[in-house]
Write a protein that binds this ligand. Structure first.
Ligand SMILES: [Zn+2]
Length: 294
């Protein structure tokens, strides 16, 4: 170790680590890195206490100190359900760009709230979870709809709007499958993308293409991945600021367990690209719709 070498250390215990990769992060866009799970817990412990007290105080003010809500799930299952398939996600940001996130999921006669930090678009440190029937209390957790999470939820919302009924075990498993397909498709895309391609930061400027590509694609291809799951790839070309690009949406096919007639598709990954090779790569499998292009 030399004085003129970059130095990385744990935010909590200040231990110096050999490389940046050794640090664990729990907040997006934050320089707070930790050497271990224990240090993460120690660091946030006072905030956990803070939120617990705030919860007590707020409930007292609203006269809902003791809400008798019974639910049969264990805490872990409940938290996972709220985080994977929330009904709402809110971001509470301060002027230092530090954010806390509240995930809310509505059940039949109550709502569950999980307050946490988010890293890599996923909940990373959980401060607390609580159940309520009070709309006033729920309101305490809503500041600004989270944009980070909102894009991630496209697929989830599709499921909810199409099924229109509450989640069952089969839905939950399918959501998990969707999540894992998304991670592997994204990882694959990252290795293939050129530096000259449209940057991730700009993706939000291309969201207008999403609906149009699904509704009036130029082409649709059907293909199978390694696990034998069927994908439909929707492709449409667009022109923006005088340059040509493609919008590509990979959708996973779902066949209902009850009836094989009942088929629906769910978007897994959607992105714009100006890379002809990448476009050609996604044009694989059987073409099932769209005019032939040369
Ligand atoms: Zn440490």
């Amino acid at each position: 170790m030399k004085f003129n070498k970059p130095l990385y250390f744990c935010t909590e215990c200040k231990s110096v680590v050999k490389q940046l990769q050794k640090l664990l992060f729990v907040e997006e866009h934050s320089t707070k890195g930790f050497c271990s799970e224990t240090c993460i817990e120690d660091f946030y412990h006072p905030l956990v206490k803070h939120f617990e007290n705030l919860d007590k105080k707020t409930r007292k003010e609203l006269s809902i100190d003791r809400e008798a809500i019974y639910q049969t799930k264990d805490d872990k299952t409940l938290v996972e359900e709220v985080l994977h398939t929330p009904s709402e996600v809110w971001q509470i940001e301060n002027e230092l760009s530090e954010s806390f996130f509240s995930y809310i999921r509505h059940y039949e006669d109550y709502s569950a709230i999980v307050l946490c930090t988010v890293y890599n678009k996923q909940a990373s440190f959980i401060f607390f979870k609580t159940l309520t029937r009070s709309e006033e209390y729920l309101q305490e957790f809503r500041l600004k709809k989270s944009e980070i999470i909102e894009n991630e939820r496209h697929a989830i919302e599709e499921v909810e709007s199409i099924s229109g009924e509450s989640f069952n075990e089969e839905d939950f498993q399918f959501m998990q499958l969707l999540e894992s397909k998304k991670s592997s498709l994204l990882a694959d895309l990252l290795t293939k993308r050129l530096d000259s391609d449209i940057s991730f930061e700009e993706f939000t400027n291309y969201e207008f293409c999403f609906q149009e590509t699904l509704e009036t694609p130029d082409e649709v291809f059907e293909s199978k991945d390694k696990e034998g799951d069927v994908f439909f790839t929707y492709i449409k070309s667009f022109i923006k600021d005088q340059s040509n690009f493609f919008y590509i949406i990979s959708c996973l096919k779902r066949v209902s367990a009850e009836s094989t007639e009942d088929v629906s598709v769910f978007p897994v990954l959607a992105f714009p690209t100006n890379d002809m090779d990448l476009y050609l790569e996604f044009r694989s499998g059987n073409r099932i719709a769209g005019p032939l292009k040369n």
